[in-house]
Write a protein that binds this ligand. Structure first.
Ligand SMILES: C[C@@](CO)(OP(=O)(O)O)[C@H](O)COP(=O)(O)OP(=O)(O)OC[C@H]1O[C@@H](n2ccc(N)nc2=O)[C@H](O)[C@@H]1O
Ligand SMILES: Nc1ncnc2c1ncn2[C@@H]1O[C@H](COP(=O)(O)OP(=O)(O)O)[C@@H](O)[C@H]1O
Length: 289
């Protein structure tokens, strides 16, 4: 028996940090959506009681450090499951990029094992389990558009954003999420209008969505890594409707309505950056241009 699951990347349309909590996490409020850049997870049932990770990507650990491994182990220990699983990860999402690739692999593993082992868990039960693996895993379990609060695990789903293209560029280095949060100085940041962003999405108001885009973590990463700032400026000059860094970075994305303009940005960035992608926000397959 085997099942296949798609594990899409996320982008943060807005990311606000409210305060640092006593547990050393930060209280956040962010609007996120999934994009059509996805890893592929294959889960193959094993009779023996073990978890095997297979991945060709040299940046992805194939032992218990892998977030998909942790997801399988968590389900097994929580529900006392004695069967094993081989988890094959075909990696397409860049690693340590601010796109939640590892979290999405963990979430896809939770969804897929729920099917493979006929566990009958609800999405909110899977999301609650996911929060024990990482702050972004709950959102990835829902696999949609949502506001995430708390340390990221309190999810309120939203309708899909207005139809548009997303062009992403990732500079060569990876960024440590923990270090970015540690270096954040909240007294110096301008906070995004989260309520306005939620309202824009509810009203399917593309212009308002573009105006409300914002990420307080840019104040750290753009300062520490001039190459990320350079990509952001290039995208702005290339005629994007909105440009933002995703999560803690270093990936920067442009939002554009017209396909022709998305291609122009994609082509102009390819000269500067090895990893450039042009995708749609998920859920849109027609009437784009
Ligand atoms: C910044 C964001 C935005 O979506 O994404 P990425 O850039 O990682 O994709 C998330 O908040 C990242 O979520 P995730 O990567 O799952 O974080 P975790 O593994 O739980 O935590 C990594 C580290 O980040 C810090 N952290 C994380 C979440 C949070 N609300 N406050 C924090 O201070 C903590 O220092 C923690 O040790
Ligand atoms: N399945 C996985 N895919 C990618 N990275 C993983 C995975 N499991 C664990 N990791 C580790 O998690 C770290 C962060 O990866 P990732 O989720 O891609 O980044 P981000 O948190 O920036 O979105 C990587 O450095 C990698 O070593």
């Amino acid at each position: 028996m085997f099942v296949l699951e798609k594990a899409p990347a996320k982008i943060n349309l807005s990311l606000d940090v409210l305060y640092k909590r006593p547990d050393n996490y930060h209280e956040i409020e962010m609007v996120m959506t999934t994009i059509d850049l996805a890893d592929r997870i294959e889960l193959i049932g094993l009779d023996e009681d073990r978890i095997i990770i297979e991945s060709e990507n040299r940046f992805v650990p194939n032992d218990e450090r892998n977030l998909a491994y942790r997801a399988a182990r968590l389900l097994k220990t929580t529900l006392g499951i004695k069967q094993g699983v081989k988890i094959k990860i075909e990696k397409y999402i860049p690693v340590a990029a601010g796109l939640a690739g590892g979290s999405s692999d963990a979430a896809a593993t939770l969804r897929g094992l729920n099917r493979l082992w006929s566990l009958g868990l609800t999405t909110s039960q899977l999301a609650e389990l996911g929060s024990k693996i990482g702050s972004d895993v709950s959102f990835c379990v829902y696999n949609s558009t949502a506001v995430a609060r708390g340390r990221g695990e309190r999810i309120t789903e939203l309708k899909a954003p207005p139809a548009c293209w997303v062009v992403l560029a990732k500079p060569v280095m990876g960024v440590s999420t923990q270090t970015v949060y540690q270096k954040l100085k909240l007294e110096n940041v301008s906070h995004p209008d989260t309520t306005g962003m939620i309202e824009a999405i509810k009203q399917s108001d593309y212009e308002a969505m573009c105006e409300r885009i914002g990420n307080v973590l840019e104040s750290v990463t753009l300062k520490e890594y001039p190459e990320v700032l350079q990509i952001k400026k290039l995208m702005e000059q290339s005629g994007a409707d909105a440009v933002l860094m995703s999560g803690s970075g270093p990936t920067v994305f442009s939002i554009v309505r017209q396909e022709s303009r998305a291609y122009r940005i994609y082509n102009s960035l390819r000269g500067f950056c090895n990893e450039v992608y042009m995708v749609r926000m998920l859920g849109y397959h027609q009437n784009l241009d």
